[in-house]
Design a protein around this ligand. Structure first.
Ligand SMILES: Nc1ncnc2c1ncn2[C@@H]1O[C@H](COP(=O)(O)OP(=O)(O)OP(=O)(O)O)[C@@H](O)[C@H]1O
Length: 321
């Protein structure tokens, strides 16, 4: 899929601004960004549900902008799977297979339900399913006609965090098993990192950074990208501006190497396996981590503590704020 200089406007507002993006055959690209950054608009334009103001888009070398939605042959999956309540699980999956002979259709439905691990559920009413099961049916339905490209818009955002983690990893496995080329919209950083081969970070309608999850994480390049990914605060050092990694400041870890600093504790949160503090460091709010949970939050509140600042995993930004 080749997208060149694509712009999509609502009236005079340019929601997607001159975006260029290439997605390889079999590749999963996540469009990740804050609310309102233009992710859904870009996906809807690729699907054919919005008309771009300018730019080009081709699939396998053929222009797709002039091709109507239903002729593009792309599979779509949305936040609310929009299952047909009057059809069974199997009936939903069979929806896009109406033109196939009956035996082939039945075989394909069984195969797809197996893929999403709902093999036993073909006859169930979709109204009896859990949220996660319903989204797996929606995925099976979208994949059943073997679409050349799968477009997924926040497919897991109505589910709780634990379910989202599990299903994000399942969706990746399923998309890879079916050899799908996929574009996956999410505002959830963890979900994007779990699902994608490459992540495009959208800020204000533009791709601010694109790369593999490791590349984007290690070198976010821009302050807005770094902060959206969870880095911060930004510290001015001799080499330039660095975005502090979430565990750059540690307390009470004898083995930690780095610069000794003093911090003032402003808030304490015991997490699963460690304790996060909000502290003041050189006038900035920063996070500090204690790799233990047997702490007394009341005792820590307001205390001045010695910490170690290790900047090795805190990227240098190319652009100052
Ligand atoms: N139909 C519309 N008419 C006018 N403006 C719109 C329309 N749809 C979206 N917008 C605006 O375009 C911008 C991008 O919206 P879009 O839904 O693409 O963002 P998003 O990144 O998907 O956000 P979210 O994560 O909240 O869904 C927003 O400022 C939004 O208000």
């Amino acid at each position: 899929m080749e997208i060149q200089d694509l712009t999509v406007s609502y009236g005079s507002y340019r929601a997607v601004r001159s975006v260029s993006l290439t997605v390889d055959q079999g590749e999963i690209v996540a469009l990740l960004g804050p609310s309102g950054s233009g992710k859904s608009t870009l996906l809807r334009a690729i699907a054919g549900l919005e008309t771009p103001t300018s730019g080009t888009m081709s699939w396998n070398g053929e222009d797709v902008i002039s091709v109507p939605v239903h002729r593009r042959g792309f599979g779509l999956m949305f936040q609310d799977g929009q299952l047909f309540a009057h059809r069974s699980v199997g009936g939903n999956v069979a929806y896009g297979l109406a033109s196939r002979p009956k035996t082939e259709r039945a075989r394909r439905v069984a195969e797809m339900l197996e893929l999403v691990r709902l093999g036993e559920m073909a006859d169930r009413a979709v109204t009896s399913l859990s949220g996660g099961q319903a989204q797996r049916v929606a995925l099976a339905r979208a994949l059943a006609p073997n679409p050349s490209v799968m477009l997924l818009d926040e497919p897991l955002s109505s589910l709780d965090r634990a379910m989202r983690e599990r299903l994000a990893s399942d969706i990746r496995t399923i998309l890879k098993a079916s050899g799908s080329t996929a574009i996956y919209v999410t505002h959830d950083q963890d979900e994007a990192f779990t699902v994608a081969d490459r992540i495009a970070v959208l800020i204000d309608g533009e791709i601010a950074r694109i790369g593999t999850p490791a590349e984007v994480w290690r070198d976010p390049q821009r302050a807005d990208v770094a902060e959206f990914l969870g880095y911060g605060p930004l510290l001015t050092t001799d080499e330039g501006v660095r975005a502090l990694a979430p565990d750059a400041l540690t307390i009470g870890d004898e083995s930690a190497s780095g610069l000794p600093v003093e911090v003032d504790v402003r808030d304490v949160r015991v997490r699963r396996g460690y304790t996060d503090l909000v502290v003041t460091l050189e006038g900035h709010d920063a996070r500090a981590r204690i790799h233990r949970t047997d702490v007394d939050p009341d005792e820590l509140m307001g205390a001045r503590l010695s910490a170690v600042l290790d900047l090795a995993a805190s990227p240098l930004l190319r652009e100052e704020k």
